[in-house]
Design a protein around this ligand. Sequence first.
Ligand SMILES: Cc1cc2nc3c(=O)[nH]c(=O)nc-3n(C[C@H](O)[C@H](O)[C@H](O)COP(=O)(O)OP(=O)(O)OC[C@H]3O[C@@H](n4cnc5c(N)ncnc54)[C@H](O)[C@@H]3O)c2cc1C
Length: 314
Amino acid sequence: MTFILTDLSLISSSFTNHQHDSSYSSFLHCLSTTFPISYNLSQLLHTPNSSSYSSLLNSSIKNLLFSTPSTPRPLLIITPSNPSHIQASIFCCKLHNLRVRVLSGGHDYEGLSYRSSNQKPFVILDLSNLRGVKLDSEQGTAWVQSGAMLGELYYKIAHEIKSFSYGFPAGICPTVAVGGHLSGGGFVFTIHKTLSQNAVDLVNHWQDIAHRLPEDLFIRVIIQRNEMGEVEALFNSLFLGGDLDLGLNEEEDWGITSYSSARVWGMKYFKGNFERLATVKRRVDPGDFFRSEQSIPPLVLEMEGEEHGLVESS
Ligand SMILES: Cc1cc2nc3c(=O)[nH]c(=O)nc-3n(C[C@H](O)[C@H](O)[C@H](O)COP(=O)(O)OP(=O)(O)OC[C@H]3O[C@@H](n4cnc5c(N)ncnc54)[C@H](O)[C@@H]3O)c2cc1C
């Protein structure tokens, strides 16, 4: 108990310049009493004054557009080393009305795992320490924690299972984490061209123009064999200058994301699956606790929101 109080006082002092000091103290107190007693809090909670804060934050920022002094910073970075820490963090964030950004590998193109564009106070839940991979070749299953990188998963499968019958088809970038990949992955505009569709000329032409393209436009080419065994060139393209350009979520009066505002970008991105995803969200997170500027909203009608008491205290 003595240890926790000492640790908490160190952490609280880093918030002294903040206008909501007492609510931060109360938030930190909540974490200190909810986290299991045997853990060293200073290794799990990183305030802006902690020496670890900047390096942790900077290592998450894979899109340098969001590494600027004006990018909103989290109030706290939490680095759970045990699933119970996640439960405790969510409990306290909910109690104190703080937004949570879940971060696994940090490759989100819009940076939604480590920044917030709406200026609301938020906390990063950095899952990079939770990267266990357990393989069961008899059952043909794998249990993989959210922070494990795709490269780590491929490596484990190759080294622990001495059989060519098993593999896991996922992204080509080894540092993308399993958490973000499985919960959405990378939607990139791709054009496939086979040799009979002029792939050679196109690749030649691409080499001439690639270095002259605007900096905001990224086009890369991957040459591979397709399922029919034909050689093909894949042109992946991404507009880097866009910032949530498909649309932003808005909140309803009772405090959850408006389905109709989210539908504007959601239908472009997920097409017919958007409504199905919103129906699932309604079942698993009707209060819309896990949200971002482009998160799936719960499919809740306005009247129902009031009936179900889905009014967030502000
Ligand atoms: C350099 C680079 C290369 C890439 N290469 C490929 C590729 O080869 N193939 C491909 O398909 N995609 C690729 N992508 C896209 C990548 O798969 C997605 O951006 C993916 O969402 C990144 O996951 P992450 O965990 O690394 O990122 P994060 O930024 O940590 O997470 C991405 C999103 O998922 C959410 N999230 C993360 N973990 C959880 C969790 N446990 N629960 C709920 N939500 C969670 C975050 O909040 C965020 O919104 C690439 C991206 C980059 C930047």
